[in-house]
Design a protein. Structure first.
Length: 138
């Protein structure tokens, strides 16, 4: 297992990530993404830049799937009970925004390739390969 290091949030290697940058990860806290220009993001692209575009997240590593943040706790192999959103949500950004604005939402479960808003307040063990994000302070 490779130990990832803290994000690079300033200096000449700002918003760089991966093996060539001492295994730095990207920040999962949105408040860090706009500290300098160009804007940062939670995903490390194949060319070792942090960002939030589809070029970063679709073909790179989305650290929100493996690192908890100030607002979200993430856990693989789990689900959150109480489905409350049946409309299809295809990306984590949209799901987190909808969850934050819905007072009934306790978290999000990625089931297959669909993000679902959930009412539960705790992780449940999943027999499948689901990933869930529990909204902190809910």
């Amino acid at each position: 297992m490779i130990k990832m290091n803290d994000p690079i949030l300033n200096g000449p290697d700002y918003h760089r990530c991966g093996r060539d940058f001492n295994y730095a990860r990207c920040s999962v806290n949105p408040s860090d993404w706009s500290t300098n220009a160009p804007q940062n993001g939670p995903c490390c692209s194949a060319s070792s830049f942090c960002g939030s575009t589809s070029a970063h997240c679709d073909s790179g590593i989305d650290f929100r799937e493996i690192v908890s943040s100030d607002a979200w706790e993430v856990q693989r192999g789990s689900y959150i009970s109480g489905l409350i959103q049946t409309k299809e949500i295809n990306n984590l950004d949209e799901a987190q925004k909808k969850c934050v604005s819905n007072r009934k939402c306790g978290g999000i479960t990625l089931s297959g390739n669909k993000y679902e808003l959930r009412a539960g307040k705790e992780f449940q063990n999943s027999p499948g390969d689901e990933i869930s994000w529990l909204k902190k302070g809910s």
